[in-house]
Design a protein around this ligand. Structure first.
Ligand SMILES: Nc1ncnc2c1ncn2[C@@H]1O[C@H](COP(=O)(O)OP(=O)(O)OP(=O)(O)O)[C@@H](O)[C@H]1O
Ligand SMILES: O=P(O)(O)OC[C@H]1O[C@H](OP(=O)(O)OP(=O)(O)O)[C@H](O)[C@@H]1O
Ligand SMILES: [Mg+2]
Length: 279
């Protein structure tokens, strides 16, 4: 039975659980449930703190888990990232009072507050900067105002938390993070199926299906606008001068592609959502 770690709280939890549900797995009905057995799929889900997931997977207690890349690297676990997922994107950055710091070297000798002390200590050491890392559990943006640190290193998504505390980003990007699937060993029964199913959910999120009718003579030009993943499906219509085309298009491109196809001469352009996919 494949044993999977799932975030039980925090930013990643809801989307991770929704992704597993869309992938056809059983999910918990009550937020207090910690273990869900899915007999049909021969998997067991363990709802754990995102920060602890790399530890469980790295130790071999669980086979695979969903967590953040930043949390994985901070943990120094033996688990490795096997797939990047399409949610939980953020950057990990240094920030300080406006105008106080300009570059990484300005951190020499100062105190940096963070909840990711492993990640930050390693980054500073690799860059040859000696600073005192102050480990806090959260809300690290308050550390400067309260005088326990001179700068912070934290997750930045919109940047609004930093701005509200009068802080600004400086120095290099420490890490580009997102939710990731992690494992410590390959070849565990059920792992390939899980990965294919999750890949299918991401494809269904990221692509739409576009159908259109097209004068047959324009198919080469239309294929340049909509190349599809492999190649567009082209079917005959009763009127032999026209063909029907079906193709996958990145969701974000949908309206531009429809405009271009229409301008080329395509008609009856229909867009449908993809509910599931196995690519
Ligand atoms: N806006 C965000 N705020 C915090 N974490 C984010 C954000 N966007 C993505 N993440 C990712 O979520 C993970 C952190 O999750 P975690 O549950 O530890 O903290 P949290 O979402 O801040 O919840 P908590 O309330 O427990 O602090 C990291 O991988 C982080 O990169
Ligand atoms: O760039 P933003 O969009 O503002 O998001 C990033 C902020 O959100 C998270 O804080 P959270 O509310 O989870 O509190 P925490 O620091 O206590 O974890 C994170 O730690 C940052 O502080
Ligand atoms: Mg947080």
């Amino acid at each position: 039975m494949l044993r999977i770690a799932v975030p039980n709280k925090g930013t990643l939890s809801e989307t991770a659980v929704e992704m597993l549900r869309e992938a056809g797995y059983a999910t918990r009905r009550d937020p207090k449930e910690l273990i869900v057995t899915d007999a049909r799929n021969d998997v067991e889900f363990f709802y754990l703190r995102p920060r602890d997931i790399a530890t469980y997977v790295g130790s071999g207690a669980l086979d695979v888990g969903i967590t953040g890349r930043d949390l994985l690297l901070d943990s120094h676990s033996a688990a490795v990232e096997i797939d990047a997922l399409d949610f939980g994107a953020s950057t990990f950055r240094f920030a300080g009072p406006i105008g106080r710091f300009a570059s990484l070297q300005d951190l020499q000798g100062v105190r940096v507050a963070t909840s990711y002390d492993g990640l930050v200590t390693e980054f500073l050491a690799a860059e040859g900067v000696t600073a005192t890392v102050v480990r806090l559990d959260g809300a690290v943006e308050s550390a400067v105002r309260l005088g326990v640190a001179d700068a912070v290193a934290d997750v930045v998504e919109t940047g609004s938390t930093l701005r509200k505390q009068g802080l600004e980003i400086f120095g290099p990007v420490i890490l580009e993070s997102s939710a990731v699937l992690i494992a410590a060993r390959e070849g565990v029964p059920g792992l390939d199926t899980l990965r294919r199913r999750i890949q299918g959910v991401m494809v269904a999120h990221q692509y739409v299906l576009v159908d259109y009718d097209l004068p047959a003579a324009l198919i080469e030009e239309a294929s340049r606008i909509t190349p599809g993943l492999e190649s567009p499906t082209v079917s005959p219509l009763r009127d032999t001068g026209w063909v029907a085309v079906r193709v996958m298009v990145p969701r974000t491109e949908t309206n531009h592609v429809m405009d271009e196809l229409y301008a080329l001469g395509a008609r009856a352009i229909l867009v449908s959502a993809i509910h599931a996919a196995r690519i």
